[in-house]
Design a protein around this ligand. Structure first.
Ligand SMILES: NC(=O)c1ccc[n+]([C@@H]2O[C@H](COP(=O)([O-])OP(=O)(O)OC[C@H]3O[C@@H](n4cnc5c(N)ncnc54)[C@H](O)[C@@H]3O)[C@@H](O)[C@H]2O)c1
Length: 435
C-alpha cells in the first residue's frame, strides 16, 4: 500500500518510519524545508531513541521518502494521514489551521478516491470540518470524486515512541464507512498480528477518546501531587502511599508518581482544549480545571522549596539544574517545568548552572544562566542541586564527589529518585516531593 503522512514531527516521523518497517510505502511530507532536507541527508531532526536506525533502514530499502509537496504524491497514495500540529489557540482551544490546510490541499489536488485520516489530536467535530473543507474544494472544481475521512488518534509516548507504535496496547479508529474500516484494518494488521486490537468506533468517540486518555493521565498526576503536598504537612511519605494504593488492581501502579508537574506537548494543551470544548457546549469541566490549577502550582514547587530553605533570600545563590526536558529520553522542551523554575530562580537573582544530556540551549538568555558539560560540572560550587528531569544517568551520582565540590550540600529532588535517608546519612539536606 502507498500512503502519505503529512507533518513530520514526533508523531508523523515515527508513524511513517514504523508503517514503512511493516512493508508499506510511505512518503513523509512537511512544509518545513529544512526538516525535509535534513531527512533527505539522513539526519534525524528530533531525539527519539531507535528512530534513526529505523528511518535509515527504510529509506535505503526504498520504502520511506520525504517531500515538501503533498501534491507530488497525492495521486499515487490510497491514504493520507494528517499528523500536523494542533497548538493551543489564544483561548486554549485547539488551533485547527494546519489540519484544515491539509484537508484543503487534498480537496484541491486529488484525482482519485482518498482516505484522509486525522492522527493529530483534534476536538470532537473536527472530522466534520475536514470533510466539509475537502468537499468545498471538490465543489469548486465541479468534481464528483468520492473520499472518506477517519480519525486515528495517536497514543505513542515520546521517549518510547517506536515501541509504542510497533506494539501498541490498542489502536483506536473512528470510521464512517466500510471502505475506511477495511483500509485501516489492512494497514494496522501487521502491528497486531498476534492480538488484533483495533478498536473501531464512530468518529466523535475516537476524537474524544484521545482527550479523555490524556486528561485521565494528567488527573492521576495532579491527584498524586495534591496527596504528596498533604503528605508533607502530615508527616506521611508519598512513596509508601503510592505503593499502598498502586497494589489495588482497580487503581494500578502506573502513572502514580508525584513530581514537579506535568509538561510536554500534549497534556497541558489537551487538558486546556477539552475544558474549552466543554465551555463551548455549555458545560463546566470542574475536575479538569482543578487538575490544571494543581499542575500550575506544582511547577513552582521546587522554587518554593529552595526559597523556604534560604529564608526567601535567593539573591546570588548558585543553583544547579539537572535535566531540562519535560521528561527523559526526549529533546522536547514544550511546557517543561524546568522553564518555570529557571525563570523564577533568575528573577530571584540566582546564578544557574544547567545540564541536560540532550538539550544544549534553550529560549532563555541571561548572563546568570550557564550550560555545564555534565552533572558534576553543573554542581561545582553551587548552594543547591535541583533535579528536574529523571534521566537515567542522574540516578546514581557520586555523592562523595558532590559533597566535596558543592558549596552547601542541598538536594531538591523534583522526581523522588533519591533516598532521603541515605542522603541525610551522608550529610546532605534533602527534600523530595511529598517525602
Ligand atoms: N508529541 C507527542 O508525543 C504526541 C503524541 C500523541 C499525539 N500527538 C498529537 O499529534 C499532533 C502532532 O504532534 P507532534 O508532536 O508530532 O507535532 P510537531 O510540532 O513535532 O510536528 C508537526 C509538524 O507538522 C508540520 N506542518 C504544519 N503544517 C503543515 C502542513 N500544512 N503541511 C505539512 N506539514 C505541516 C510542521 O512543520 C511540523 O514539522 C498534535 O496534534 C499532537 O497533539 C502528539
Amino acid at each position: 500500500m502507498n500512503i502519505a503522512i503529512v507533518g513530520t514531527g514526533y508523531v508523523g516521523l515515527v508513524s511513517g518510519a514504523c508503517f514503512a518497517e511493516m512493508g508499506t510505502n510511505v512518503t513523509c511530507v512537511d512544509v518545513d524545508a529544512n526538516k525535509i532536507n535534513a531527512l533527505k541527508q539522513g539526519e534525524i531532526p528530533i531525539f527519539e531513541p531507535g528512530l534513526e536506525e529505523i528511518v535509515l533502514r527504510n529509506v535505503s530499502a526504498g520504502r520511506l521518502s520525504f517531500t515538501t509537496d503533498l501534491t507530488e504524491v497525492l495521486n499515487t497514495v490510497e491514504v493520507v494521514f494528517s499528523a500536523v500540529g494542533t497548538p493551543p489557540d489564544e483561548d486554549g482551544s485547539a488551533d485547527l489551521k494546519y489540519v484544515l490546510e491539509v484537508a484543503r490541499t487534498v480537496g484541491k489536488n486529488m484525482n482519485k478516491h482518498i482516505l484522509l485520516v486525522t492522527k493529530s489530536t483534534v476536538p470532537v467535530g473536527t472530522s466534520k470540518k475536514v470533510r466539509q473543507a475537502i468537499q468545498a474544494e471538490l465543489d469548486k472544481r465541479n468534481s464528483k470524486l468520492t473520499f472518506d475521512v477517519a480519525s486515528n488518534p495517536e497514543f505513542l509516548k515520546e521517549g518510547a515512541a517506536i515501541k509504542d507504535f510497533m506494539s501498541p496496547d490498542r489502536v483506536v479508529v473512528g470510521v464512517e464507512s466500510d471502505t475506511a474500516k477495511e483500509i485501516m484494518s489492512r494497514l494496522y494488521k501487521p502491528f497486531l498480528l498476534n492480538n488484533f486490537r483495533v478498536i473501531f468506533m464512530d468518529i466523535p468517540s475516537a476524537e474524544m477518546t484521545k482527550y479523555a486518555a490524556n486528561s485521565m493521565l494528567a488527573t492521576r498526576i495532579s491527584f498524586m501531587n495534591d496527596i504528596a503536598n498533604l503528605c508533607e504537612l502530615v508527616g506521611a511519605d508519598i512513596n509508601n502511599v503510592r505503593r499502598g494504593i498502586g497494589s489495588d488492581p482497580r487503581i494500578g501502579s502506573k502513572f502514580l508518581y508525584a513530581g514537579c508537574g506535568y509538561g510536554g506537548s500534549c497534556f497541558p494543551k489537551d487538558v486546556k482544549a477539552l475544558i474549552k470544548t466543554a465551555q463551548q457546549n455549555g458545560y463546566n469541566m470542574q475536575l479538569l480545571n482543578a487538575v490544571e490549577e494543581v499542575n500550575d502550582n506544582q511547577k513552582s514547587i521546587l522554587y518554593q522549596k529552595l526559597a523556604n530553605k534560604f529564608n526567601n533570600n535567593l539573591n546570588d545563590k548558585a543553583v544547579a539544574i539537572w535535566g531540562l526536558t519535560f521528561k527523559p529520553n526526549t529533546d522536547d522542551m514544550r511546557e517543561a517545568p524546568s522553564v518555570v523554575l529557571i525563570n523564577k530562580l533568575l528573577e530571584a537573582g540566582c546564578k544557574l548552572r544547567v545540564f541536560d544530556p540532550v538539550v544544549k540551549e534553550i529560549n532563555i538568555t541571561d548572563k546568570n544562566l550557564t550550560f555545564a558539560s555534565d552533572i558534576y560540572d553543573a554542581a561545582l560550587n553551587v548552594d543547591a542541586i535541583c533535579l528536574v528531569t529523571e534521566w537515567q544517568e542522574f540516578r546514581l551520582p557520586s555523592w562523595q564527589v558532590l559533597l566535596k565540590t558543592m558549596r552547601t550540600p542541598i538536594i531538591i529532588d523534583g522526581r523522588n529518585i533519591y533516598d532521603k535517608q541515605e542522603l541525610e546519612n551522608l550529610g546532605f539536606y534533602y527534600e523530595g516531593i511529598g517525602v
